[in-house]
Write a protein that binds this ligand. Structure first.
Ligand code: EPZ
Length: 422
């Protein structure tokens, strides 16, 4: 297994290009199942999760080609000849469950393995199930698989979710697009990736209003066509790399970044004393050479502070001036980076969903273990300013969500290199 070695190397300067959003692409790709026409996605990120989704769609009968070094995805689902999303693929990537809604809407049936838990939590699917049952589907759990039947054609309905689940919103929107009649989803997720999905579905002929708000209305149509769609910028990659100059010092421009994608995160950076300005080409983050001020952070659904930036923010607050309290309200076990940061000298007390971080002058490099995607990158960030060398093991987690991470950081002066595993 590969590892990544980071050595504290002083202030950074230069530009980091931000790729298309993994979490948008992972819901846009299954949308190919809704149509027999070709769907082309541009600005797609070059990540292992995208390759996993390609394999899953191909196992269902879709044709998926990655072009331009993976920055363009050409998908066509003219013939779907398998309705089962196999455990072997689904267990590796929970987003595989996003084929459930489109497969059910197009073929009237779908068999999708439950993903099983992952490092950050149990990650049940009850919200997906109740959303699709609202559209008339019958769904039962057998041998670890969800067996869904549309009983002919899905029917439009009004459905309110108890929690604004991103994935359940995406499955509902894709299924309702082909249902008979009108649907209204209440307490819908408002993430930019939802907005991006709706804009793509609209290009395919879907009739949807209200994306980005908590109430989305869908007028079902009989068929959807093809489209070409540019994947929205990845706000989590953006926020992650914004913290590189915050932690290591210096000034970095994040190309493609817009404040609107990370407003709650930028508000916290401002409160901590960081300068963020929007330029013509992206966001400029300047570390004014002062120590970060401690700030309290609570993760919330969009437009609140994103849970996917919590680990990275914790890494930055480990050397802040004062004590910060981080509250993780979205996932039940998302502090696995804390013990690893403590190996580097951080002072963190975790109590359930709350972590109290008391800033220290400087962290010390150490061998650390990556546990999940965002925890892994928080350790890389911490290593940028730690004294000496940090080696992050099991970086396959990183490759799921960060394309060419070591190149992007080395290009702005960081000392980061990949060590090929045995
Ligand atoms: C999406 O996951 C993202 N993944 C996650 O990013 C992100 O952390 C999450 O949204 C929250 O923003 C993709 O888009 C591929 P949820 P999703 O359904 O859709 C509970 C990353 O690092 N829940 O909004 O699975 C669930 O257990 C990944 O890129 C239920 O209880 O998130 C969790 O506690 C990690 N029942 C909370 O809701 C359900 O049926 C949020 O889940 C579904 C979810």
């Amino acid at each position: 297994m590969d590892a990544i070695r980071v050595t504290g190397n002083g202030p950074l300067s230069g530009q980091i290009p931000i790729a298309g959003a993994k979490n948008a692409c992972l819901t846009l790709m299954p949308a190919t199942l809704l149509s027999e026409e070709p769907l082309t996605l541009t600005n797609s990120p070059r990540l292992s999760d995208i390759k996993t989704m390609k394999l899953l769609l191909e196992s269902l009968g879709s044709e998926v080609t990655l072009m331009n070094d993976g920055q363009v995805i050409a998908a066509s689902s003219h013939d779907v000849n398998n309705l089962t999303a196999d455990y072997d693929i689904v267990r590796k990537m929970r987003a595989s469950n996003l084929v459930l809604g489109p497969l059910l809407a197009r073929e009237g049936r779908a068999v999708v393995s439950l993903p099983g838990g992952c490092a950050i939590g149990a990650r049940p699917m009850d919200l997906h199930i109740s959303a699709l049952e609202a559209l008339g589907a019958e769904i039962e759990l057998k041998d670890g698989y969800l067996h869904a039947d549309a009983k002919g054609r899905l029917k439009g309905a009004v459905h309110e979710m108890r929690f604004a689940s991103v994935g359940a919103t995406e499955n509902f929107l894709m299924a309702a697009s082909l249902a008979k009649g009108t649907s209204v989803l209440k307490n819908a997720a408002r993430e930019p990736e939802i907005v991006d999905l709706v804009q793509c579905l609209r290009k395919m002929g879907a009739q949807i209003e209200g994306e980005g708000t908590s109430e989305i209305t869908i007028q079902g149509v009989d068929r959807l066509g093809g489209a070409t769609h540019r994947v929205v910028t990845d706000r989590i990659e953006l926020g992650t790399y914004m913290l590189a100059p915050v932690i290591a010092g210096g000034e970095v421009e994040l190309l493609g970044g817009r404040i609107s994608l990370v407003q709650a995160f930028v508000d916290k950076l401002h409160a901590a004393g960081v300068d963020v300005t929007e330029t013509e080409n992206g966001l400029l983050v300047k570390n004014k050479g002062e120590r970060l001020q401690a700030v309290d952070v609570t993760t919330e659904v969009f437009p609140g502070f994103p849970t996917d930036l919590q680990a990275q923010m914790m890494a930055a607050l480990c050397t802040a001036n004062g004590t910060s309290v981080l509250e993780e309200t979205i996932f039940e076990n998302r502090f696995m980076h804390a013990p690893e940061l403590m190996r580097m000298g951080a002072k963190i007390e975790v109590q359930g969903g709350t972590a109290k971080v008391t800033g220290v002058e400087r962290l010390k490099g150490a061998p650390v273990m990556a546990t999940d995607l965002r925890a892994s990158v928080s350790l890389i960030l911490a290593g940028l300013a730690a004294e000496g060398e940090t080696v992050v093991n099991r970086v396959y987690h990183l490759d799921r969500g960060y394309e060419k991470l070591e190149e992007k950081l080395a290009a702005v002066g960081a000392k980061v290199e990949r060590i090929a595993g045995e």
